[in-house]
Design a protein around this ligand. Sequence first.
Ligand SMILES: O=C(O)CCC(=O)C(=O)O
Ligand SMILES: [Fe+2]
Length: 294
Amino acid sequence: MARIQQVGIYEDIRVIQRILETDGCIIIKGILSEQQVLRLSQELKPHFDETDSCHGDFYGYKTKRLSSLLVKSRQSWSMVAHNTVLNIMDHFLLRSCEQYQLHLTQAIRIGPGEFRQPLHRDDVMFPFDHEGTEAMVNCMWAVDDFTNENGATLVVPGSHKWPRDRSACNHEIIPAVMKAGSVLIWLGSLLHAGGTNNSAGSRTGVVVSYCLGWLRQAENSYLAIPQDTARALPEKLQRLIGYFVHAPNLGCIEGHDPILLLQGENIKNRGFKEFLPEAVKPLLQEHRKLMQAG
Ligand SMILES: O=C(O)CCC(=O)C(=O)O
Ligand SMILES: [Fe+2]
């Protein structure tokens, strides 16, 4: 019988990574304290109150979604930059890029009577052959208790290794039942879906998703996060939202690292700096030497 393995926050990171390699998903229990969950929930409340439900057969019609959470919730800062989570991202994403980035932040409140989503892999938004490359990894932070009745995220453990055209049987689809303050982590190549909400209450969770640093982000952080707010973020978060250059020369401004803009430096007319992969540098030096030798 398929199941989702659960660990505590102090579990060895190598054990967590191994479970994710094997199953494609894991629950880390009790990662946020009750106070942190309460703060998150209170920060999101006014935004949920004033936001309409989605309109779409994928996003749902009785589901509310909020984005740009770094602007809306101070509590989300420590979640996005959580050490354990970033250790996992290092493991899966630094294989295929030199720096990864925040793909999106999204609070999802599934209301009573919402149908489950179709099972899907989030990584199909990047249309290239993913063999051997994990393009993205997701975290679903439970703000409410996630139950079988209220629409807990459904996952198909092991499906990240399946041929893409294999469908899941009912007994392979497992609800991520977890207490508020826990986090479900799953690879972008894993089949999953938001569950049916058969309860009278709503189910709120916060998705924080990371992707390879050379891909387009789902959430346009440069516009969503005003420059003054970005300036107030810790540098780790500034880089995660996209203020960095990925070699070769992706994401520059005026030929420089965009983080300099947040640091108030004048980058105009400075002369371009080049950002190249380490492997290319000796080849270019060799070429220049040959040119100089005539
Ligand atoms: O709400 C959930 O549990 C999952 C949502 C999801 O997978 C999506 O919107 O892509
Ligand atoms: Fe999804």
